[in-house]
Design a protein around this ligand. Sequence first.
Ligand code: AMP
Length: 217
Amino acid sequence: MRLILLGPPGSGKGTQGAWLSSRYGIPAISTGDILREAVRQGTELGKKAKRYMDAGELVPDEVIIGLIEERLSEPDCAKGFILDGFPRTVPQAEALEELMNRRGWPLDAVLSLEVPDDEIVQRSVNRRVCEKCGRVFNLLTDPPPPDGKCPVCGGRIIQRDDDNEETVRARLRVYNEQTAPLKEYYEKRGKLIRVDGVGSIEEVRSRIEAALKQVAE
Ligand code: AMP
């Protein structure tokens, strides 16, 4: 199974991607998580990416494309993968298409999680994440444990630097301008499946399961 999760920041890609990953036994690859880890470790990539991330802007295409090519070359991707947060621009989608064609990897589907802007802002400012494994919590609907430690891996639960209202609104603008056109890109290729992303995690999950019934395993 090779899937792309499309949707604005905070639409549930990370949460649903983690479940899909265990359901299909394939990695969920989040370019945002890879970049945040690089920032944490202070690598060259991290230094380059941080100022774009803090401003809610996109890291340049050539940086991200190089990063994803490297990640998709790892052996755990041979059987399939779920992409969360990539591609985000038409040039990224074209580079991915070229790479997948080269390897003879068909794309099964692009799931677009549809969530209105106002709900995105509410979700993002209340979002908390484990800095180690990326598990997502929400102060209102799925609060983290009082000790601030991740129940999955024991990592520290934090608020992302870019989950403040101003940056969230900037990220939404960037999404609507640069990433939303990918819906048309994949619709033309017959790959786009729109999924209503409003509701509980379980409700959205069952809509995804129903949508994926149309797709070969
Ligand atoms: P995310 O965790 O997916 O919301 O990504 C957090 C930030 O990382 C974004 O606001 C961008 O600055 C950067 N980023 C992640 N994925 C990409 C991508 N595919 N292209 C460009 N920038 C990205």
